[in-house]
Design a protein around this ligand. Structure first.
Ligand code: NAP
Length: 308
């Protein structure tokens, strides 16, 4: 039986692994489909403390994985497809069909930024296309960028980018906004931000290396419009990867797992850390911090409940 089973290998899961391994608990981490999480799809990272020079996202995750392994984490390349938290020990089923019993579980399955599903977007990610202005905005200093979306995230991303970029265009599919009046008002007042409404993105144009612009279609008149761009930021929402846990844990309306007292879920011995329970900050460094909290809370739970 595992002392600690960690689901997900982003900064939250790997930090939880480092802390529980160093506490002598021999954690087992299940990688899921995207080993390394969202950072594996970004390029240079400049806002994770400890690196004077930028580090590539995949490299950072490789280092974190190696660090977790070195201190005593077992890494299993498998997805957890079903859980049973009704009784203790908890049960996890892997995509191999194997069933695992575990005294504690740390859920760190993250969230996935929604994308439009354009055919070349995977190739352009980190090459003109991004889902995070805080992460990548710096690379578009004095450039012309577009933000897709009409919610608070789109306004926030556009306002952030307006501090760095020459021009920011918000493109939204409707004339009405989901964003709060205050956020929308701020964007509307910003002289660097202009709006293109109601338009949907039909195509992302590119050269051999990177994005060059978009082809838009007016949702009402169907007129098309080509816009040259240096960068395109999707801000059309995130989807927490919490489906597997829904029958047992409480989530908010958007599917984020609800926690109290830092990382505790409503089930004793089950903790959640990182983007899976954080709709607000969604940063690698905050996820790592929550992973540390979950690791320490799992260790305390084991100390209090399993003396063997
Ligand atoms: P959101 O409120 O769900 O807005 C997503 C936006 O993307 C909507 O305008 C939606 O258009 C658009 N969209 C979704 N799918 C699309 C598609 N396939 N094609 C084109 N457009 C698409 O998501 P969010 O902005 O990430 O916000 C999530 C939550 O976090 C909200 O509760 C928000 O208030 C909160 N938040 C708050 C702050 C803040 O207060 N500082 C900052 C960020 C986020 P439609 O409107 O047409 O559906």
């Amino acid at each position: 039986m595992n002392n600690v089973s960690i689901i997900g290998t982003g900064p939250a899961g790997l930090t939880a692994a480092i802390y529980t391994a160093r506490a002598g608990l021999s954690p087992v981490i299940y990688t899921g489909l995207q080993h390394g999480g969202q950072l594996t799809t970004t390029t240079e990272i400049e806002n994770f403390p400890g690196f004077a020079n930028p580090i590539m996202g995949p490299k950072l995750m490789e280092e974190m994985t190696e660090q977790a392994r070195r201190v005593g984490t077992s890494i299993v390349t498998s997805e957890v497809v079903r859980v049973d938290f009704k009784s203790s020990p908890h049960k996890l089923w892997l995509d191999t069909g194997a069933m695992v019993e575990t005294k504690t579980v740390i859920i760190a399955t993250g969230a996935t930024a929604k994308t439009l599903g354009l055919p070349n977007e995977e190739k352009l990610m980190g090459r003109g296309l991004s889902t995070c202005a805080t992460c990548d905005g710096f690379f578009y200093k004095n450039k012309k960028v577009m933000v897709a979306g009409g919610g608070d995230s789109a306004m926030e991303e556009a306002l952030y980018l307006a501090k760095l970029c020459k021009e920011v265009i918000i493109v939204h599919r409707r004339n009405e906004f989901r964003a709060s009046q205050i956020m929308l008002g701020r964007a509307q007042k910003n002289p660097k931000i202009r709006f293109l409404l109601p338009f949907t993105i039909k195509e992302a144009t590119q050269n051999d290396h990177e994005l060059t612009g978009v082809v838009l279609e007016n949702s009402q008149t169907k007129e098309t419009l080509t816009v040259e761009l240096d960068g395109l930021f999707y801000a059309i929402g995130h989807k927490p990867n919490s489906e597997v846990f829904h029958p047992f844990l409480d989530t908010d309306a958007n599917g984020y797992i609800l926690v109290n007292n830092f990382t505790k879920t409503k089930i004793p011995g089950v903790f959640a850390a990182g983007d899976i329970s954080d709709p607000v900050f969604r940063q690698a460094v905050t996820a790592a911090g929550m992973g540390c909290q979950a690791g320490m809370q799992a260790a305390k739970y084991l100390e209090d409940n399993h003396e063997d």
